[in-house]
Design a protein around this ligand. Structure first.
Ligand SMILES: [Zn+2]
Length: 89
């Protein structure tokens, strides 16, 4: 029986590697920012990136923290509060 010829004679990580599930060890990258998926080319990019380095498209998060409409509403409320304070003085 001839010895098994393999380009990878020993693959110690093969048994532990699960491509389906998230690897908990990859969640602890302290020097790496959070990763996001580019909505245009589906590649992994930095969550803080404004431009995708792969396809060059602008990254717009699915749910922005505050939309322009929200800022307008907040601005109106702040102005009303200021007017109220001026009247009370
Ligand atoms: Zn992209």
């Amino acid at each position: 029986m001839p010895p098994r010829q393999s380009s990878y004679p020993d693959e110690p990580e093969d048994d532990d590697f699960d491509p389906e599930g998230p690897d908990p060890s990859e969640m602890d990258y302290s020097d790496e920012p959070d990763l996001a998926v580019c909505p245009h080319c589906r590649k992994m990019i930095s969550e803080e990136a404004e431009l995708c380095p792969h396809c060059g498209e602008y990254i717009t998060p699915g749910d922005a923290p505050l939309s322009v409409t929200a800022w307008i509403v907040i601005g109106v409320i702040v102005v009303l509060l200021i007017l109220l304070m001026i009247r009370m003085v």
